[in-house]
Design a protein. Structure first.
Length: 276
């Protein structure tokens, strides 16, 4: 059985002071950008009118700049073709039928470009076009895939960022997305782990609205087999912990976890990950 342990090496605050005012940013997560870090956070009141901010941090995780880039929620940052991106979904009301206006987006964090994905062809009979919200990017052979669900089975899209088109790797006509969303939900993107010869990442298990716990997941290289582990105890003492990004640096694996709670607990934590 695979053993996974976390060791907290840093944490950074999701709030930014402007004069005497705190701006509410949460679920900040990052990937390396040279010696520094780049990432994204959700910014707002925690409703469907929130925005995504691009974040720049120095090597010590001090925030150096932030920029409002688009409407959206709960971004996940990842590396694709040596560039940092973020995936997000935008349920903000638009027009007379807001339930039919869901948008899924990929953000180029360096060029500050927003790509609205075309999902009409992958779920044509669903008027809400709801395909979940905890998408897990995966890069294989320089191709971008999105894992929508991991438990009880993987459901996966291929995404072409040049055309913004998405196509099923698993057939859409056999997919009832709502029945596939269990308490074991998405979290970080996937990265390939040579030791296990699988793609790995960390999701969040929803015990209640206010109680999320991280867990370890794997996906086989042929995308056919997935597995989920038990809850991971991080030692933060918080009830709401959502894994958001994963990256490798200097031969080590790191996971960034966002938290929710009162003012004192709205941090993101960087954990060094050991897999045995």
């Amino acid at each position: 059985m695979t053993q996974v342990t976390f060791k907290c090496i840093n944490k950074f605050h999701n709030w930014q002071r402007s004069g005497n005012t705190f701006h509410n940013g949460f679920f900040a997560n990052v990937v390396p950008n040279g010696e520094d870090y780049i990432g994204a956070c959700r910014y707002g009141a925690g409703n469907h009118y929130d925005h995504i901010h691009i974040l720049h941090y120095d090597k010590d995780f001090n925030l150096t700049s932030r920029k409002d880039i688009t409407a959206g929620e709960d971004p996940r940052t990842f590396i694709y073709k040596n560039k940092p991106y973020a995936v997000t979904w935008d349920p903000s009301p638009k027009g007379d039928k807001p339930e039919a206006q869901l948008q899924y987006k990929i953000i180029d964090l360096l060029d500050e470009k927003v790509i609205e994905l075309d999902i009409n062809s992958v779920h044509p009979h669903d008027t809400t076009r709801f395909l979940g919200k905890n998408w897990m990017p995966l890069v294989k052979d320089d191709e971008l895939y999105i894992v929508l669900t991991i438990d009880p089975k993987p459901n996966i899209l291929h995404c072409n960022l040049e055309s913004a088109e998405c196509t099923w790797v698993t057939p859409w006509d056999s997919l009832d997305i709502n029945s596939q969303i269990t308490s074991s939900r998405g979290g970080t993107p996937f990265i390939y782990n040579k030791k296990l010869d699988k793609y790995i990442g960390f999701g969040h298990r929803t015990h209640s609205y206010a109680n999320h716990k991280p867990f370890f997941y794997t996906l086989s290289k042929d995308f056919k087999t997935s597995s989920v582990g038990e809850d991971i105890i991080t030692g933060s003492g918080l009830d709401h912990e959502d894994p958001l990004s994963i990256y490798e640096k200097d031969g080590k694996i790191y996971c960034c976890i966002g938290t929710l709670g009162n003012v004192t607990s709205e941090f993101s934590y960087i954990y060094e990950v050991t897999i045995e």
